[in-house]
Write a protein that binds this ligand. Structure first.
Ligand SMILES: NC(=O)c1ccc[n+]([C@@H]2O[C@H](COP(=O)([O-])OP(=O)(O)OC[C@H]3O[C@@H](n4cnc5c(N)ncnc54)[C@H](O)[C@@H]3O)[C@@H](O)[C@H]2O)c1
Length: 285
């Protein structure tokens, strides 16, 4: 433990599982006091019981403005302040691949959790942070919000809008010393990720060698990321080491967003470049 978050008090939404759970562990190890805001009561209470008082659980559905605001105020009551909001809870809609098949209720549900909750969290965290002289707000977006064609329409649009919300918040609150940034994870095998692809509970671990092989072919760093990779970035954005960074959407994706589409890889026989060379030779080049 290096203690880079000593003196910080963070709310982490979706802290019972996956990326959020890894962030809870690392924030605590780095000296922060942490409130988990999640709907999984049993897991949250169990995690609270494993800490020496520095991790608390509050049942909170972040789609409810009343509940989200309440957990932020409860954090101040428990730990005296709120320096950091890691707005991380989110869901993937794996089913609706095409806008034409889109179920409007599913769309609204994805937007309520992935986007609207981010706005609610900022709305209620900012007045508290402003009174204290500043803070850091971190959203978990996705590379699917940075690039078209990575995930389903509702998910991608919700994350793209969350990135825009990040920039808007950063502009509006910089004068109050409140920084707002978004983390854009690439492929991180979590329970949710496994569920999305139909793995049975706990079945992901055994398949990791094959999963790493798949991602060795689709991104420059030849393995899938881990929840801890994302937690490390969240710690940096929560810490004073990132004091000059705001309004950014930072990919943590093994370089995936730098990969050209297969049709543009120059060495591929089907690439546009190779086809143009072949075409030119047909015309006497
Ligand atoms: N895993 C990936 O590959 C990946 C990639 C890009 C972005 N993300 C984003 O990372 C975030 C976390 O994803 P994960 O893979 O850790 O998922 P996860 O399902 O493992 O964790 C999500 C957590 O959010 C909680 N949650 C769900 N609905 C909630 C609500 N209404 N109120 C409060 N908490 C709620 C769940 O109980 C769970 O603990 C999401 O925003 C997701 O979109 C994940």
């Amino acid at each position: 433990m290096s203690g880079v978050l000593e003196g910080k008090v963070a709310v982490i939404t979706g802290g019972c599982s996956g990326l959020g759970a890894a962030a809870v562990d690392l924030f605590e190890a780095e000296g922060a006091k942490v409130v988990i805001a999640d709907i999984q009561e049993d897991i949250g209470r169990e995690r609270e019981s494993r800490s020496s008082g520095n991790v608390k659980f509050v049942h909170c559905d972040v789609r409810s403005e009343e509940q989200y605001a309440s957990v932020l105020h409860a954090t101040c009551d428990m730990f005296g302040q709120l320096t950091t909001l890691f707005n991380n809870a989110g869901l993937v809609d794996a089913e609706h691949l095409s806008l034409e098949q889109m179920d409007v209720d599913v769309w609204d549900n994805v937007m309520a959790l992935n986007l609207r909750a981010g706005m609610i969290g900022m709305k209620h965290a900012v007045p508290i942070m402003r009174r204290q002289g500043g803070g850091s707000i971190i959203h978990t977006a996705s590379i699917a919000g940075q690039r078209v064609g990575i995930s389903t329409p509702a998910y991608s649009v919700s994350k793209a809008a969350l990135i825009h919300l990040t920039r808007k918040g950063a502009m509006e609150f910089a004068k109050d010393s409140i920084r707002v940034n978004a983390i854009c994870p690439g492929v991180i095998p979590t329970e949710a990720f496994g569920r999305e692809f139909g793995f049975p509970p706990g079945g992901l671990e055994a398949a990791m060698p094959e999963i790493n092989k798949i991602f060795s072919e689709t991104q420059p760093i030849p393995k899938a990321g881990t929840p801890r990779d994302i937690a490390q970035l969240a710690v940096f954005l929560a810490s004073d080491a990132s004091r000059f960074i705001t309004g950014q959407d930072i990919a943590c994706d093994g370089g995936m967003t730098n990969m050209p589409p297969p049709s543009l890889v120059p060495t591929s026989p089907d690439s546009a470049l190779q086809r143009m060379l072949a075409l030119a030779s047909q015309y006497g080049g």
